[in-house]
Design a protein around this ligand. Sequence first.
Ligand SMILES: [Zn+2]
Length: 329
Amino acid sequence: MHFYCAECGKKYPIEGLDYQCECGGLFKLHKEDGEEITTTVTLGEVKTPILKRKLQGKEVYLKLDYMQPTGSFKDRGAFAMVNKLKELGIKEVVEDSSGNAGAAFAGYCAAAGIKCNIYLPESTSPGKIKQINAYKANLVKVPGTRDDTAKAIKKAAEKTYYASHVYNPLFFEGTKSIAYEIYEQIGIPDYIVVPAGNGTMLLGVYKGFKEIGQLPRIIVVQSKNCSPILSKFKNQPAGEVKPTAAEGIAIGNPKRIDEMIEAIKESNGDIIAVEDDKVINAQALLGEMGIYIEVTAGAAVAGMLQYFTNDYDPNLKIVVPLTGVGLKK
Ligand SMILES: [Zn+2]
């Protein structure tokens, strides 16, 4: 297994400190035929249930992906990456997510005995970091903006392994497992509706179904307040980025935007943006059914309801992954 540059093809070892190519290209993962990640570190990952439910008259398959050990689908990525890093003898990592990815890495690193440093903007709310604290990760609070945190993490990554959920392709190697599970549970869906910020779910879904050999149409949901992927996909000028309730997908400048757009196009998919109130209503709608999701996860539900407003067909198999549990904040 090794990394290679998506632009120039140069090879890089997985255990090295480079997290992108010297040409600026992003890494992809190369595996030999049949080569898999050896897994010795576990927190009790599950094949998450899929529930058929009717939402406002539309039948959907809800994939309860918040039922992973740290409460979000990000565990799929952290599980794969931390296991590979453990095998390669990596002792310490840095990562920069205050949300579900940070919690997933902190949890899996705790299980693996790998020292985990999470870089956060100083302004991050205490509620968000409670879980990361419980896993005894080292929190590095960076004064200033998110950009200052990005600069600080890049400095730290010169000396310590950058276990990034965006740059490191091992993460997508993990998130793709959701596609295999869906395939086992209901076959190839007609549509899968996924929320996207950095695209960790979207690219995992794409990679998994691509390996299986058939892509469902991928409908990507962004927040109206932060929709760079939609703007680029539709060749529109980038809109202003404003705060949104769906903070887990509020990424103004996603690194893998071109890869995401290719994936959507290849699947004959589409992309839409939803208003905050629709996201919050969607969270409430599921709550009334006994399903408690985080606000960001409501974006996919709201997107599904919005996308299939006029042309809903009861024969369609539509899957909506629910990305994070509501108990976190
Ligand atoms: Zn390159």
